[in-house]
Design a protein around this ligand. Structure first.
Ligand code: BEZ
Length: 387
C-alpha cells in the first residue's frame, strides 16, 4: 500500500515538473458537423475518415492534447445549420468546429462562428463568400473556393478550342458560383455560354435539361454536381447518348469518389481539381496506402481535405502548445505555414483559403489521371474580404 502511494506521489511530481501547461491540458473537443445522410453522405464520411486518419497518425493527440469528437449529421440542410452548430458550441462546448460540405450550410456556420469567435475549419464547402465578405481571423478552409475549380475549367475549355458551351448545375450557392466562375474563365478565353441550366438541390430529374442541351447543340457542356447527384448525372448524360456528340467537362467533383458507380459512362471525361488519383508522389502514395489500410476504401479529394483540416489544426495547436486562447498566434502560424498535403504543398491566402495547383484530370478506368496542371498556384481573388 505504502509503495503504491509513493509511486503515485512520484508520478504526480513528474507531471508537475513537466510544467502545468502539459499536466493540465484537458481533451480538445472537436465538433464534426458533416452530412452523413443524403446525396453528400459519402463526402462527409470521407472527410471524417481523413481527419481521423491524421489524428491517429499523431498518436491520437494534436498539439499535445487528446481529441474528443462530437458529431452532428447536418443533412446538407441550410435550414437546420444554425441550430446544429449552436448545439456543438453551446451544448457540447467544443473548442473547434470542422465542417462542412454544402456551401449554404457552411455560410450559416461561418456567420455563427464569426459572431461567437468559434474556431472553424471548413473541409469542403467552397462558398466564395467565406473567403469574401464572410472571411474572418477564426475561419480557415482546407479545401477550395468554388471560383477556383470552375474558373480553371472555363479557361481550359476555351484553350481546347470550344466556343459555345452550356452549363448545368444545382440551383444553390455552390452551383451558382461554379457556373459564374466557369463563365468568367470561358468568356475570357473567347467562349460564349449559350445557356445556364439548373435544377433545385438535390434533385436528380435531369431528363428535361438533357433534352434542352440536345436541342441547343452547344460544342461542350460544363457541369457541377457531386456525390450521388454526380453519379446519376454522368450516367444519364451517357444514357441519352450525349457523350457521343457533345463532350462533357466539369469541376472535378463530377468524377471524384464516384467512378466505381459511374463506370463506363465516365470514361474520358476531363475535369479540373486540386487533387488527382495518379500524383505518384511519396507524400500521396503514403497517404493513399494508409487510407486504404485503415478504411478498405480508395481515398478521394474529400478524404484529402479532411486529412489536411486535421493537419492545419495541428500546425496551429503546436504553435500555441495546445492553448487555443492564443488565437492570434494560432492564426499567424497557419498564415506562415506550408501545408504538406497529399495533393502537393500549399499555403493559405490572406483570406485563409488554399493557394494551390489546379490539375487537369482525365477519367481512365477507375482513376482521375493527371493530364497536366490547368493553373499553377491559383489563389481565390477574395473579393470583398476585409481582413
Ligand atoms: C459545395 O456546396 O460547396 C460543394 C459541395 C460538394 C462538392 C463541392 C462543393
Amino acid at each position: 500500500m505504502k509503495r503504491r502511494t509513493t509511486l503515485a506521489a512520484l508520478a504526480a511530481a513528474a507531471l508537475l515538473a513537466a510544467g502545468p501547461a502539459i499536466a493540465q491540458q484537458p481533451k480538445l473537443k472537436v465538433g464534426m458537423m458533416l452530412p452523413f445522410t443524403g446525396t453528400f453522405a459519402a463526402l462527409g464520411t470521407a472527410i471524417d475518415n481523413g481527419f481521423k486518419l491524421y489524428v491517429k497518425e499523431q498518436g491520437g493527440k494534436l498539439g499535445g492534447r487528446e481529441i474528443e469528437y462530437f458529431v452532428v449529421d447536418d443533412e446538407s440542410d441550410p435550414a437546420k445549420a444554425t441550430d446544429n452548430i449552436n448545439k456543438l458550441i453551446n451544448r457540447d462546448k467544443v473548442d473547434v468546429v470542422v465542417g462542412t460540405v454544402h456551401s449554404g450550410v457552411a455560410m450559416a456556420m461561418a456567420k455563427v462562428a464569426r459572431d461567437t469567435n468559434t474556431l472553424l475549419i471548413i473541409p469542403n464547402a467552397g462558398a466564395d463568400a467565406i473567403t469574401g465578405p464572410l472571411c474572418a481571423p477564426n475561419i480557415f478552409r482546407s479545401s477550395f473556393s468554388n471560383w477556383q475549380s470552375a474558373y480553371a475549367m472555363g479557361v481550359e475549355m476555351a484553350k481546347r478550342g470550344h466556343k459555345r458551351a452550356v452549363s448545368i448545375t444545382w440551383k444553390y450557392a455552390a452551383g451558382d458560383e461554379m457556373a459564374a466562375a466557369f463563365k468568367e474563365g470561358f468568356t475570357k478565353g473567347g467562349g460564349q455560354v449559350l445557356k445556364e441550366l439548373n435544377l433545385p438541390f438535390p434533385n436528380v430529374e435531369f431528363q428535361a435539361l438533357l433534352t434542352d442541351i440536345a436541342a441547343t447543340k452547344p460544342d461542350s457542356v460544363f457541369a457541377f454536381f457531386a456525390g450521388g447527384g454526380a453519379v446519376k448525372f454522368v450516367r444519364d448524360y451517357a444514357a441519352a447518348g450525349l457523350n457521343k456528340t457533345i463532350p462533357l467537362y466539369g469541376a472535378g467533383f463530377l468524377t471524384d469518389g464516384t467512378l466505381e458507380a459511374q463506370g463506363e459512362a465516365a470514361q474520358g471525361i476531363y475535369t479540373t481539381l486540386h487533387y488527382a488519383d495518379s500524383l505518384n508522389t511519396p507524400r500521396d502514395d503514403a497517404f493513399r496506402l494508409a487510407y486504404v489500410k485503415a478504411y478498405k476504401l480508395q481515398p478521394d479529394v474529400y478524404a484529402v481535405q479532411g486529412y489536411d483540416a486535421a493537419q492545419m489544426l495541428a500546425i496551429g495547436l503546436n504553435a500555441v502548445k495546445g492553448d487555443l486562447s492564443k488565437r492570434a498566434e494560432f492564426a499567424d502560424a497557419l498564415r506562415k505555414a506550408t501545408i504538406d498535403s497529399p495533393r502537393g504543398k500549399f499555403t493559405l491566402s490572406r483570406a485563409h483559403n488554399p493557394v494551390q495547383d489546379i490539375y487537369l484530370r482525365k477519367v481512365e478506368g477507375k482513376q482521375n489521371k493527371v493530364a497536366g496542371i490547368a493553373i499553377k498556384a491559383l489563389a481565390d481573388p477574395a473579393r470583398g474580404c476585409k481582413m
